[in-house]
Write a protein that binds this ligand. Structure first.
Ligand code: HEM
Length: 480
């Protein structure tokens, strides 16, 4: 059994270490909490109920800048205030993700997204960042275009069908794209490629249920439950597939090396090293023992997850919004035809000119931010003006609530779909480029419709990412 977690549950004493937390909490409003379990019992349920409950609290305490929730013995400060977000997300005391993220370690391990050691995160972030610099991104353009063209061809067979799962197609092609670009590995012949995103999606949904279920925080209870067994199986399958890709990549590199020295070429500036080239090089060629085999899997599966589901989710929501607003869809089309024309492929130089399309993507991310809530743990006190957030507490940001605030309350810094500060999204520019190419390619070929009539009709759940409870309800037909 995970003794640290079970001790945390059982020993709820007023220790001097916690005195500041209680003092800080006593000044804030928040829901009633029982001894030991706090308010945690109200979050029991499935991903859809959990988000409703969290959102309900944000609405109930909307007039307070910050409110508190005792989750078990943990004090969670909750806020949808742009000023607090700004101070906390740029503070050196809030670099660590909330330890709840680590309940997903069996899936993502210590990849960049969930890495809890700050020195290790800093080192890895610095190491991986150049794999997404401008030169690299421009070199990915050919793949973005080719995969988008394949996607619209694939879509042809499902034209006008109302029960089509367009999100599934988008995420399959996004996975192929991230594997082609960040890894230089083609997964077309791998049967698991079509299931990987479903495994991750379901695993994340279970993870949310685990995070908010105080009983499931204890490893032995979770791992022996039906949900826990399903989670472990999904982790196993997803990581095995990731290992298979890494092995394929290593074999590919060995083959390439027989003919030429790819690293020598890289040093000469004649070859760009992808994210995985860099990881494998530093581990196996330079003998620096930078990453263990499992750490390479951690970073790779993190990028595969973060790099595909996020963009496909946003693309699907963008198509839903354009399906609702046919006039805006026509304006986007007119821009695409003006900038790119009716036949030619989109190229790098077109991207800055697709301004209206960019506004549509940004509006989509405002209304449906990929991460509806973000959470950090506090390694030091942080003064946010009228309150001091105490070391040892956690902070939960209602990004979706912040984004949907009444226009009159909007302050600078109220738009944070990629988070910000040192731990912001590493793939921001990659994401914007690939989303523009895919949407421009789809919209030029198809007219898109949805059965949703308004944003309010779309019930949201949080499976780590924002998802529509009842699907995207998209269908499409060829443009004449
Ligand atoms: C619409 C697309 C995307 C959105 C809205 C998005 C949003 C975010 C957000 C909000 C975070 C911070 C999460 C937190 O603090 O808990 C994040 C982190 C991250 N994202 Fe993205 N992301 C997108 C696409 C991508 C892509 C395409 C990649 C990779 C190519 C990527 C890689 C990462 C990584 C590695 C992190 C962790 C960074 C760190 O902790 O240092 N993301 N993303």
């Amino acid at each position: 059994m995970d003794t640290i977690k079970s001790n945390r549950l059982l020993t709820f004493f007023y220790t001097p270490k916690k005195r500041n937390l209680y003092k800080s909490a006593s000044k804030l409003p928040g829901p009633y909490g029982l001894p030991i379990v706090g308010s945690s019992l109200r979050f029991l349920g499935q991903a859809s109920d959990i988000y409703k409950c969290i959102d309900g609290l944000f609405l109930e305490y909307h007039s307070a800048n910050i409110f508190k929730v005792w989750f078990g013995t943990k004090l969670v400060y909750c806020t949808a205030d742009a000023k607090v977000f700004d101070i906390v997300f740029t503070s050196p005391h809030a670099l660590r993700k909330e330890p709840f993220y680590n309940l997903g370690d069996k899936l993502f391990g210590g990849g960049l997204f969930s890495q809890k050691s700050i020195p290790k995160w800093r080192r890895n972030r610095k190491f991986i960042t150049p794999a997404f610099n401008s030169q690299m991104l421009n070199s990915f353009m050919e793949v973005f275009v080719q995969r988008s063209n394949e996607l619209i061809e694939f879509m042809r067979q499902y034209e006008k069908k109302k029960d089509v799962d367009l999100y599934d197609f988008l995420s399959r092609y996004a996975l192929k794209t991230i594997c082609d670009t960040a890894m230089g590995v083609n997964i077309d012949t791998e049967p698991e490629g079509d299931s990987f995103n479903h495994w991750i999606e379901r695993a994340l949904e279970i993870l949310i249920e685990r995070i908010f279920n105080i009983y499931y925080q204890i490893d032995i209870i979770f791992c022996n439950s039906a949900l826990g067994k399903e989670f472990l199986d999904l982790c196993d399958k997803s990581r095995s597939f990731t290992r298979k890709i890494i092995v394929k990549k290593r074999q590919q590199m060995e083959e390439e090396k027989k003919n030429k020295d790819i690293y020598y070429e890289a040093a000469e500036g004649r070859k760009l090293l992808t994210f995985i080239d860099m990881l494998l090089k530093v581990t196996y060629e330079d003998n620096k023992s930078y990453f263990t085999d499992e750490e390479i899997v951690d970073e790779t599966i993190t990028l595969m997850g973060a790099g595909s589901d996020t963009t496909s989710n946003t693309n699907a929501f963008a198509l839903v919004l354009l399906g609702m607003h046919q006039d805006i869809q026509e304006k986007v089309l007119a821009e695409i035809l003006e900038v790119v024309g009716p036949e030619r492929n989109v190229c790098v130089d077109d991207l800055p000119h697709l301004k209206f399309l960019e506004r549509v993507i940004k509006e989509t991310l405002r209304v449906f931010p990929v991460g509806p809530i973000l959470a950090r743990t506090l390694d030091g006190d942080i003064n946010v003006g009228d309150h001091v957030l105490s070391k040892g507490g956690s902070i939960c940001f209602g990004v979706l609530r912040l984004h949907r605030k009444n226009a009159a309350k909007i302050q600078p810094g109220s738009y944070v779909p990629f988070s910000y500060g040192p731990r912001n999204c590493l793939g921001l520019r990659y994401a914007m480029m690939t989303m523009k190419v895919i949407l421009a390619t789809i919209l030029r070929r198809y007219k898109v419709f949805t059965d949703y009539k308004s944003i309010e009709e779309i019930d949201i759940k949080c499976s780590v990412m924002t998802r529509p409870i009842n699907g995207y309800k998209l269908y499409y037909e060829s443009r004449k």
